[in-house]
Design a protein around this ligand. Sequence first.
Ligand code: ATP
Ligand code: MG
Length: 602
Amino acid sequence: MSTAVHNDTTQDPVKPSNFLRQIIDADLAQGTHAHNRWAGSPGDAAHQAAGALDPARIRTRFPPEPNGYLHVGHAKSICLNFGLARDYGGVCHLRFDDTNPEKEEQEYVDAIVDAVHWLGFDWKDADGHANLYYASNYFDFMYRAAEYLVETGNAYVDEQSAEEMRANRGDFGKPGVDSPYRTRTPAENLARLREMRDGKLADGAAVLRAKIDMASPNINLRDPAIYRIKRAEHHNTGDKWCIYPMYTFAHPIEDALECITHSICTLEFEDQRPFYDWLLDRLAEGDLIARPHPRQYEFARLNLTYVITSKRKLKHLVDSGIVSGWDDPRMPTIVGLRRRGYTPAAIQAFCERIGVTKDYSWIDYATLEGCLREDLEAKAHRAMVVLDPLKLELTNWAELFGSPDHLEPCSLPALPHAAEGQAMPERHFTLGREAWIEREDFAEVPPKGYKRLFPGNKVRLKGGYVIECTGCEKDVAGNVTKVLATVVPDTKSGTPGADSVKVKAAITWVGAADGVQAEVRLYDRLFTDAQPDAGGKDYLALLNPDSLKVVTAYVEPSLAAAQAEDKFQFERFGYFVADRKDHAPGKPVFNRVTGLKDSWGK
Ligand code: ATP
Ligand code: MG
C-alpha cells in the first residue's frame, strides 16, 4: 500500500475539490500508479533512483512549446499541474515540448523557466533532482519507437501528396480511403523510413503514419502522421535529424518516459486521447515503455475577457509594434503581468478561484484584478501622488509660520489597516507654502454637490491642515494656473492644527518642496471588446486607443526610495508598481496595475 505523502486537500476550504482531485484521490486510494517506475526512462541514474524512491507519488508535467512567451492561460495550467503536485506531495516536471524545430528559440526557453519560477513553482524532487526535460532529448527513443511500429505492422510510410492525403482522410460524415501505400510490407516500410531518416527523400515527400483505421469515426485515428521530413536546424539537436516526430506521437512518449501519472491538458486534446492510449499500448506490448501508463485528462482552457491568449496573435502584437514587447504591461503574458504589477500570489489565487472544470466559459477580467487588490490591500504601502498637477499657494503661510520657506512635518500611516500587533510604519513628508493638488480638485464655479476646493470652501489637505480657498490665478487663455488658499487656524487654539474645524472633504496633495517628479503610466485594457478574437472578430480593429496614457506626476518623498517592482497603493487612484525595466533612483517610473475598485463596467 502506498505510503507516499498525501496531504488531504479535499478538506481544505480554500481548495475545493474538483474532478481532477477526485481522480487523483481515487488513484492514490487504489494504488493505480503504485508501480510506476522510471524503468525505460532515458533519464540519468539519479533521475531513475529518485523515481524509484517514491513510486506512489503523482507526477504531473507542464509541457510548453518554446515558441513564445507564456500567458495567463498557461498560468492556469502551471498552477494546476504544479499545484496538484505540491498539494499531493508529488512532482511536476517542466518539459519543453520542442518537437517543432522551426519556431523554437532559446530566448523562449529562458523566459519560460523564469516565468514558472517567478510564479512560485519548482520542478525539483524531494532529493533536489531537477525535473527539467526536453522532448528533443527523446528523439532517439522516439525514432526507435517508430521503427518498432513499422516492424510490427503498426506504421507505414505514405508517399501520397499532401492533397491526396487530405482528400483521402474523409470527414465527419465520410470514412477515409486507404492509401495505396498502406499495404507495403514491414520490411519495405522499414527501408523507406530509414531513407527518410538518412535524408534520401525531399521535405514533404513522405510521412510515417500509424496504421489504425481509416474508417474510424474519430478522424484522429485515421492513420495519423507520426513522423515528417523537415530539414531544419533544431535549437537542441542541431542538424542531427531531418525527420521530426509529430506532437501527437511525441507527447504520449514523453509522458511515458517520464513516468507521468496524470497528463493534464486542455479539452482540444480530448479526441487525441484514443491515439494516446493506442500508442502507449503498442509500445508497452514491445516492452519499450513500462506500465502503468500515464493517463490523459482534459480541462477547459482559460478564456479571460478583454484578453487574447493565442501565442500567434500575441506575437503579432509584438512584431508589429502595437505593444512594446512581450513584457509590455498591457500584454497578458506572465512577463507582462509581472511588469504591470501583478504578484505571483494574486495570479495563484486567481487560478485557484476560477477552478478547473470541463465547461467552456469566460472569466471576467475583474476577477484577476480583485485577486491583486486582495493580495496588496494589506501589504502595499500607501502614498499620495498628484497625477494632474495644479499649484496651490497658501497665502498666509509666512504670516502664520514666520517665514515663506517654513516646512511643517506631516505623517500618515503607510499601512492604515495594519493588523493588531503588526508594526505601524509611517510615511513622512512636509507641507510648505506651495503644494501640488489634482486639477479636478478645484472648480472656480463648483458643480452641484462639489465638496472640494472652490472660493469660500474649506477642505482638509490629507495628513495636513484645513485650508480655505480664496481664489485662483489664470493665464491669458483663461486656464487656471494656481489655486490660492489660506490655512485655517483652529477656532479654539488659534494654531493651524485645525482639528476642530469640520470640513466635508479631504484632498490628496504633494508638497512642492519635497514632492518628487515621476513618470506615471496609466494602463488600461488593450482591447475595447470583452471577447476580442471570438467568433472570427478582427482583434486588431478592437484595440483600445486609450490603453496607455503617460503623465508627469508628483509623488510624495517616501516614493523616492522605491525599488523596481515595489508596489504601492496610491491613495484614491489604485495600485501602482515601480516599473521593472525603466524605474531607477532619480528617475521614478510607476505603472498603474489596477484601480481601487472595478470601474470598467461603469
Ligand atoms: P500553441 O498554439 O503554440 O500550441 P499553446 O497555448 O497550446 O499554443 P503550449 O506551449 O503548447 O501553447 O501550451 C502549454 C500548455 O499550456 C499546454 O498543456 C496547454 O494545454 C496549456 N494552455 C495553453 N493555453 C491555455 C489556456 N488558455 N488555458 C489553460 N491552459 C492552457
Ligand atoms: Mg499547444
